[in-house]
Write a protein that binds this ligand. Structure first.
Ligand code: GUN
Length: 302
C-alpha cells in the first residue's frame, strides 16, 4: 500500500513491522539456501544487563533460523577491554565469521569507541565503525554497512511512500550515533530535506510540525503529541520505553503518543511491532551482504 503524504484520512495506515521483518527474513533465508556459502555471525555480550541479554539471544536465534553459522560469546561484566580486543582480533581473522556485533552498552570500564574501531569494517554489521559511518555520510552506500535500526525504519518508510521521498521534509528527533545521525544521512541520500531536532532545539514541536516524515528516536515516552504532527505525515516511532506500573506489570511504549498521533498521521508504526522487529531483520540482511562481499573479494583476489 502506498500513501502520498497529502492523502490524509482519519484512519491511518498501521505499518506492520512484524510482517515486513518476516519478509526480509524469508528473503535472507532463501538466499542462504540458494547460495553455497553460509554467512557467519558472532554476537558478543559483556555482562548480564537483562534487556541486552534478551536482544542478544534473539539475534543469535534469528541467525540460526536464517541458516547462518551463529556464535554467541557471553563474557562476564568484569572482562577487561584487552580480553575483548583479543576476541575481536580472533574473529576478524576467522574466515567462517562475516559479521561481528558487540552489544551496547558495554560496562563502564570498557571504552566502547576503541572496541568498535577494532572490528574489521567489512565485518561491522552494526555499521558503527568510522569507516562505515564515513561511507554512509559520503553516499558510498554500496560499500557501507549501514546501522540496522535506521535501515529498518527506512524500509518501513519506503513501504508506505515507495521511492517518492525526493524533496520531502523529514524531521529526525534525536541525534544518537546509533539511530538519529545515520537516519538523517540515509534520508539525505534519498533526497529528503532533513532536519535533526534534539534536546537543545528551540520549539521542537514547531519544527516537527513542518515534517512530511517524522522519525522519533529519543527515548522519551510519548514525547510526540498530535499537535507536533502535520496532518497526513508519516510517523515512525523508534522509541522502546518500558513503563513499570505499580501492580507489577510493565508495558512498552514509544516516543510517540500513539493514541493522539494516529488521529492526524496518514501512516504510523506501533510500539511494539513497528521498527523493533526490523532491527534484527536488517542485521541478518547486513550479515548476508557482508558474506557476499567477502566472497566477491576472495574471488577477485585469486
Ligand atoms: N544496543 C542498542 N541497540 C543496539 C544495536 O543496534 N547494536 C548494538 N551492538 N548494540 C545496541
Amino acid at each position: 500500500m502506498k500513501i502520498a503524504p497529502s492523502s490524509f484520512t482519519n484512519q491511518p495506515y498501521l505499518i506492520d513491522g512484524k510482517a515486513s521483518a518476516s519478509q526480509v527474513i524469508a528473503s535472507v533465508t532463501a538466499a542462504v539456501r540458494a547460495e553455497r556459502q553460509r554467512p557467519g555471525l558472532a554476537v558478543i555480550l559483556v555482562g548480564d544487563d537483562p534487556a541486552s541479554t534478551v536482544y542478544v539471544r534473539n539475534k543469535s536465534r534469528r541467525a540460526e533460523e536464517c541458516g547462518f553459522l551463529s556464535r554467541q560469546y557471553t563474557l562476564s561484566a568484569e572482562t577487561r577491554g584487552s580480553e575483548l580486543l583479543e576476541l575481536i582480533g580472533r574473529l576478524n581473522g576467522d574466515p567462517e565469521i562475516h559479521g561481528i556485533l558487540v552489544q551496547l552498552p558495554l560496562p563502564r570500564h570498557i571504552d566502547a569507541c576503541r572496541i568498535i574501531k577494532a572490528i574489521d569494517p567489512s565485518k561491522d554489521v552494526d555499521g558503527f565503525h568510522y569507516v562505515n559511518v564515513g561511507h554512509l555520510a559520503t553516499g558510498a552506500l554500496h560499500e557501507a554497512l549501514v546501522p540496522c535500526t535506521p535501515l529498518g525504519a527506512l524500509h518501513l518508510i519506503q513501504e508506505v511512500l515507495g521511492d517518492k521521498l525526493c524533496g520531502l521534509h523529514a524531521v529526525v528527533i534525536g541525534r544518537s550515533n546509533i539511530v538519529g545521525k545515520p537516519m538523517a544521512n540515509l534520508l539525505l541520500q534519498h533526497d529528503c530535506t532533513v532536519t535533526i531536532v534534539h534536546s537543545r532545539t528551540l520549539s521542537p514541536e514547531a519544527v516537527c510540525r513542518q515534517a512530511d516524515i517524522v522519525i522519533a528516536a529519543v527515548g522519551v515516552p510519548g514525547l510526540v503529541k498530535a499537535d507536533w504532527v502535520k496532518p497526513g505525515a508519516v510517523v515512525i516511532d523508534v522509541g522502546i520505553n518500558r513503563i513499570d506500573h505499580p501492580g507489577d506489570y510493565s508495558r512498552l511504549v514509544g516516543d510517540v503518543d500513539f493514541d493522539e498521533v494516529k488521529t492526524v498521521a496518514s501512516a504510523i508504526t506501533p510500539v511494539p511491532g513497528g521498527v523493533g522487529p526490523m532491527t534484527i531483520a536488517m542485521l541478518m540482511q547486513n550479515t548476508l551482504n557482508a558474506a557476499r562481499r567477502s566472497r566477491i573479494q576472495q574471488a577477485s583476489a585469486v
